[in-house]
Ligand binder design. Structure first.
Ligand code: GLN
Length: 538
């Protein structure tokens, strides 16, 4: 491995959902602001090869990278904070590790040896730990270990971290343990025992954490910090308080105040560049917290009971809203609850409507009614992936007059398959990794709203879908006023549709939300919010 690359491992203890991803992204941001090049990777302990086949209710949204990897939603945070693309190498699961090892075994690469968790699985994990560092592009590689210390399934990862200390040598390796300090209301006390236990578990596995980051609802008094330092065997200045924050975007500044970055630099013997550049970040926070206007936007989808299913869309509204100093009140509405009779009353307070991506038939007709309401009442409409497909189907049925028009995903026998599988996809019968995934080019028509948003005609956006606009219907649909304003220049596949005589009606086959970052808000989201502001003022 490149000896100059420094490796930081982040483990979690006491409970899950403490926000390891946000702490990793915030530390990455702080190091980046001091001039270091940083990447963050996540190792997930589950057996799926990737989260592509998982229902969003399991782990929230599946995040797609430029190279078409289906990954954990934490990679979205890494990109949104660091403004640097990630790739397949940034997200590895136990399933992938075992798959690689078993494939090697079948090829006879272990030369007759008994294949075992140690060393073969741990070697495979370690070679993946070091892969991005070996590219020579990064000063620091931060590795988030999913799950909690003590979980049976994360044991091989923890063992690999233990071994990595010796591969990398002192000064190149650091473990940060993220933990929870619960507050007992009745006793009016912050309790350190769960943290002591989880650090003990790490020690049993041979790992001494260098820094403790302690999630807490109350400030940690000095004596609590001292107790943690004493019992957990860390320096007092390396017990870092992580108070609950108003917004995830506050966390880098909170961590800076707590000197997390300084502790890391000194332990890794990195030169402490003093002038940190966080001006753009502070600018964004200033606008986020001081909006001059507000709009209410409805997000219509079927996974609304778990907002993490729409993580990137929700964050895109935060970035785009801040850029125009507008507070976006996002209302998540289940499409299953919507029908012809109630759609008007349920959606009447919205200044703009977004129909979300999704799979399968559940809630589909509610989405059709939503699109019809937005189209006929001139409400700004943004359809993403399935949302765009629904817009095409609604238009085909109600404007073009193609009765029973549908996607072959919902109705394989539809007389008018306006959304359908392309020939080459029909041959695929495995579920995992069979979609059009990752970044594809799109060429925009100059007269379009999309062009007005991007300000250029050649764009690249990320995809995650199987079905496509069926070009056999393009002419009849365009004749009635729904125009394909963006197409893939190589295949001619329709990427964007717009309705001519509507204030703002845009459907996109790709997922613009994956590329929105704090410093680069996604242009379609910005324009959609502006259209909603105008609609509100009407
Ligand atoms: N289910 C649709 C398809 O596979 C849309 C997918 C999506 O919204 N991500 O094409």
């Amino acid at each position: 491995m490149a000896p100059s690359t420094k490796y930081i491992f982040i483990t979690g203890g006491v409970t899950s959902s403490l926000g390891k991803g946000i702490i990793a992204a915030s530390l990455g941001k702080l190091l980046q602001s001091r001039g270091f090049s940083v990447t963050i990777q996540k190792f997930d302990p589950y057996l799926n090869i990737d989260p592509g086949t998982l229902n969003p209710y399991e782990h929230g949204e599946c995040y797609v990278t430029e190279d078409g990897a289906e990954t954990d939603l934490d990679l979205g945070h890494y990109e949104r904070f660091l403004n640097v693309p990630t790739s397949q190498s940034n997200n590895i699961t136990t399933g992938r590790i075992y798959n690689n090892v078993i494939t090697k075994e079948r090829k006879g690469e272990f030369l007759g040896k008994t294949v075992q968790v140690i060393p073969h699985i741990t070697d495979e994990i370690k070679s993946n730990f070091y892969k991005l560092g070996q590219e020579g592009k990064f000063d620091v590689v931060i590795t988030e270990i999913g799950g909690c210390v003590g979980d049976i399934e994360s044991l091989p990862f923890i063992e690999a971290v233990r071994q990595a200390r010796w591969d990398l040598g002192p000064g190149n390796f650091l473990v940060i343990h993220l933990t929870l300090i619960p507050y007992l209301k009745a006793a009016k006390e912050l309790k350190t025992k769960p943290t002591q236990h989880s650090v003990k578990q790490l020690l049993e596995a041979g790992i001494q954490p260098d820094i403790l980051v302690c999630r807490t609802e109350h400030h940690l008094p000095q004596e609590v910090k001292k107790k943690l330092a004493l019992f957990c065997n860390v320096q007092l200045n390396s017990v870092i308080e992580a108070m609950d924050a108003e917004s995830i975007y506050d966390v880098p500044l909170l961590m800076k105040k707590e000197k997390l970055d300084e502790r890391v630099l000194s332990k890794l013997k990195l030169p402490s560049k003093t002038n940190t550049d966080l001006e753009n970040w502070k600018d964004f926070l200033g606008k986020l917290k001081n909006p001059t206007q507000e709009v209410t936007i409805g997000l219509i989808g079927k996974y609304v009971s778990l907002p993490d299913s729409y993580k990137s869309i929700i964050e895109s509204f935060t970035h785009a809203g801040a850029s125009v100093e507008c507070q976006v009140n996002l209302k998540l509405i289940s499409s299953e609850e919507l029908n012809v009779d109630n759609v008007k009353s349920k959606l009447s307070e919205l200044d703009g409507i977004l129909v979300a991506p999704g799979f399968g038939e559940r809630g589909f007709e509610g989405k059709i009614e939503t699109v019809k309401y937005a189209r006929t009442n001139n409400i700004p409409f943004f359809g993403i992936c399935l949302g765009m497909q629904v817009a095409v189907i609604e238009f085909a049925r109600n404007v073009v007059g193609l009765e029973g028009a549908n996607s072959t995903e919902m109705d394989p026998k539809t007389p008018h398959p306006v959304i359908a599988l392309m020939e080459e996809q029909k041959k695929i019968d495995q579920m995992g990794g069979t979609m059009r995934l990752g970044s594809y080019a799109c060429e925009l028509k100059k007269s379009s709203k999309a062009y007005a948003a991007y300000g250029k005609s050649k764009i690249q956006e990320r995809h995650r879908h199987r079905y496509e606009f069926n070009n056999a219907y393009l002419e009849s649909i365009e004749a009635k006023g729904m125009i394909a304003t963006g197409k893939n220049p190589e295949t001619g596949l329709v990427e964007i549709i717009e309705i001519k005589n509507h204030p703002w009606f845009v459907g996109v086959q790709f997922h613009p939300e994956y590329k929105s970052t704090v410093l680069n808000p996604q242009p379609l989201f910005v324009k959609f919010i502006q259209a909603a502001i105008e609609n509100k003022l009407k």
